[in-house]
Write a protein that binds this ligand. Structure first.
Ligand SMILES: C[S@@+](CC[C@H](N)C(=O)[O-])C[C@H]1O[C@@H](n2cnc3c(N)ncnc32)[C@H](O)[C@@H]1O
Length: 220
C-alpha cells in the first residue's frame, strides 16, 4: 500500500507513523480497499484522518460537515471520534465511490451517524442554509473540487458556529502552489484560496504540512 509524505524524508515519515498512528482496523481495511482504485490518491493520508479525529474530539464537536466523501475515510474517522449523538453530513456527486463508503460505514457501526447527500455540494450546502441551519455546525472538512474551494469555504463560514473549525485539504497541492510555472486551474484556485485566507480576519489561521497540506481555520 502506498503511504507517503512529500514533506519529509521517507524514513522519518515511516518512523512518525510507527510512533504515533492509531489507525482502527476498519480504517486500515478501507485504505487497503481504496488502494486498488485508480483514484486511490484522492483519499486523505492516515495521519490526516487522525488529525481530523483529534480536532473533533478536542473541540467536543457534535454536528459536522464532510465535503467530498469519496470512499468515506474522512467521514469514517470523524464519525468514530464523535459522541453517540454526533452526526456527519457528507457530500459527494459519485454513486459508485460512495456505495463503497456506505458499506464500510455499516461495517464500522457508524452508518447511523452519517447522512450522505448525493449531488453538487454547493447546492446541498445552500439547502442547509435555506433550512436555517446556519451557525449550527461545529466542524467542517473541505476536500472536494478545488475550483469551488472559495465557495465551499464561504458556505461553511455561515454554517459553522463561532469558535467552530473549518479544515481545508490539499492547500499545498503537492508543492505545485509554489511553482510559478504551474498555471493550471486547480493550482490557481488553491493559490487564490490561500491568498484570500491570509487577509481574512473572520478566522484564526494555521497551515500544516500534513498530508497534502491542511489549513485549519477557527471562526472568530
Ligand atoms: C479528494 S476526494 C475526497 C476524499 C475523502 N475526503 C476521503 O477522505 O477519502 C474528492 C471527492 O469530491 C467529489 N466531488 C467532486 N466535485 C464535487 C461536487 N461538485 N460536489 C460534491 N462532491 C464533489 C468527488 O466525487 C470525490 O469523491
Amino acid at each position: 500500500m502506498t503511504v507517503q509524505s512529500i514533506f519529509m524524508p521517507e524514513a522519518i515519515y515511516r518512523y512518525m507513523l510507527d510512533a504515533s498512528l492509531r489507525e482502527t482496523a476498519i480504517q486500515a481495511k478501507l485504505r487497503a480497499e481504496t488502494a486498488k482504485l485508480t483514484e486511490a490518491h484522492y483519499q486523505i493520508a492516515p495521519e490526516e484522518g487522525q488529525l481530523l479525529a483529534f480536532l473533533v474530539e478536542m473541540i467536543g464537536a457534535r454536528r459536522t460537515l464532510d465535503i467530498g466523501t469519496f470512499t468515506g475515510y474522512s467521514a469514517l474517522t470523524v464519525a468514530q471520534s464523535l459522541p453517540d449523538d454526533g452526526r456527519v453530513i457528507s457530500f459527494d456527486v459519485n454513486e459508485q465511490w460512495t456505495s463503497q463508503a456506505r458499506a464500510i460505514w455499516s461495517e464500522a457501526g457508524v452508518a447511523d451517524k452519517i447522512d450522505l447527500r448525493i449531488g453538487p455540494a454547493l447546492d446541498s450546502l445552500d439547502k442547509l442554509l435555506d433550512d436555517r441551519e446556519g451557525e449550527s455546525f461545529d466542524f467542517a472538512f473541505i476536500d472536494a473540487d478545488k475550483e469551488n474551494y472559495d465557495a465551499y469555504y464561504e458556505r461553511c463560514l455561515s454554517l459553522v458556529r463561532r469558535g467552530g473549525l473549518i479544515v481545508v485539504d490539499n492547500t499545498l497541492w503537492r508543492g505545485r502552489v509554489a511553482d510559478p510555472s504551474d498555471r493550471k486551474h486547480k493550482t490557481q484556485a488553491i493559490r487564490v484560496f490561500n491568498a484570500a485566507r491570509l487577509e481574512d480576519e473572520r478566522v484564526a489561521l494555521c497551515m500544516l504540512p500534513v498530508g497534502d497540506g491542511v489549513t485549519l481555520l477557527r471562526r472568530r
